[in-house]
Design a protein around this ligand. Structure first.
Ligand SMILES: [Zn+2]
Length: 407
């Protein structure tokens, strides 16, 4: 980073005790601490719930599959450099998954599906593994264990535009909730001078690209077209988010696919009772959870909004004799679904305040004799504001309101 006052997400991760690397585990394979795991679960659960609300069904698939699956999908042919080599065990060969699409396709193929049941939207927040040069690895923005908030949508041709709109709306909601104010879409198109590079016929390409352009205009979404950047299997939209320091990051992606339905001979039963080939949309909103966390931690410079903070309140007993009462108060806060931690270390109160401030915990509650007597908490914020003594129930109400407003 150019600006020296800006903190790198690795520094934030260390100060707030979120993730570590171990030489024995290897670079590009971050380990998440209890607090870091809580943070990623909060983010993952947010996506899980949002996708569920939007009509996606969650599925689950194993981390490995027979090599044959990735042969049929064509990934071993086109993508093998990025995949870990196949492993042989008990006479069979398995591959570690680098993407979830082939697995999800097998779920789609479990039964005949009618045109009335389309689209089928399968979501999975799943870790996939991609091989990288170790020199390219560091922090969270480039990893080999990549947790995608992945989804595959199986659709009829007449549903493509609506489904792109739906996916785009989800991406925009996420941006707003995570405090990204500026963004644009990179619309990747085919290169009409090089048609043989692509699957599918000209009419379909032109029609799909026209619909996407139309959608972006209708929804007043800022976008730029890039000719020749489409995948060989279809056009795509990538969402570029601008962070608080003006840097651009690719987060979400929505990709149309003409290829995999053909390779796996997918079909749905049409109104005419005959089999028709569906299309697939690959989409991810956060992209990779690890990379997203790296980008976002730098965007907010470690100052997480209350609703996303793994620890929302640190309670600090002034002396050891207050600990028992403080723990009781913590239980009360926990029963209100507030994430609270008690700093019971044998440290001075000043040191505990310093530590919670460094960790950017939104609220600190300091409790001594007076507070215990009148069931209050002396509240301080991470930016050093003294809110004075608050009645415990008022404090709970205030915190819950702030959580609900997602401010
Ligand atoms: Zn996919």
């Amino acid at each position: 980073m150019n600006d020296k006052s800006l903190k790198d997400h690795r520094q934030i991760g260390q100060e707030q005790d979120l993730f570590v690397h171990s030489e024995l585990v290897g670079s590009g394979l971050p380990l998440f601490t209890p607090k870091g795991t809580l943070l990623r679960k909060i983010v993952e659960n947010y996506m899980y719930d949002l996708l569920k609300e939007e009509g996606y069904e969650h599925v689950w698939s194993p981390h490995i599959a027979r090599k044959d699956l990735f042969e049929v999908s064509g990934h071993l042919e086109k993508f093998s450099e990025d995949m870990f080599p196949a492993m042989k065990t008990k006479g069979r060969e398995y591959v570690l998954k680098a993407m979830n699409c082939p697995h999800h396709i097998q779920i789609y193929q479990r039964k005949p599906i009618s045109y009335k049941e389309m689209p089928q939207r399968y979501a999975e927040i799943a870790t996939v593994y991609r091989s990288e040069q170790s020199g390219e690895l560091g922090g969270l923005t480039r990893v080999m264990s990549i947790t995608m908030d992945d989804a595959h949508i199986f659709i009829r041709k007449d549903q493509i535009k609506d489904e792109f709109k739906k996916a785009l709306d989800i991406d925009k909601k996420m941006l707003k909730d995570f405090g990204f104010k500026e963004y644009w879409i990179r619309l990747s198109l085919w290169d009409p001078k090089n048609k043989t590079k692509y699957l599918g016929d000209e009419k379909t390409w032109e029609e799909m690209q026209r619909q996407m352009r139309e959608l972006l205009k209708e929804t007043k979404t800022p976008f730029k077209e890039v000719v020749g950047e489409a995948a060989f299997y279809g056009p795509k939209m990538d969402l570029m988010a601008v962070d608080s320091h003006g840097r651009e990051w690719q987060l979400s992606t929505i990709q149309l696919d003409f290829n995999l339905p053909e390779r796996f001979k997918l079909s749905y039963v049409g109104e005419d009772g005959k089999g028709h080939m569906p299309y697939i949309i690959h989409r991810a909103t956060l992209g990779a959870v690890e990379r997203f966390l790296g980008v976002w931690l730098e965007h907010v410079q470690g100052i997480l909004p209350l609703w996303l903070s793994p620890v929302q309140i640190t309670l600090i007993p002034i002396a050891d004799r207050h600990l028992k009462e403080v723990e009781k108060m913590a239980e009360e806060l926990k029963s209100e679904n507030i994430r609270v931690e008690v700093d019971s270390r044998a440290e001075t109160m000043q040191n505990k305040i310093r530590q919670a401030t460094l960790q950017k915990v939104p609220y600190m509650g300091i409790i001594g004799d007076k507070e215990i007597n009148d069931q209050t908490v002396s509240v301080r914020t991470r930016d050093g504001k003294d809110l004075g003594k608050l009645n415990l129930s008022h404090f709970v109400k205030r915190v819950k309101q702030e959580i609900d407003q997602k401010t």
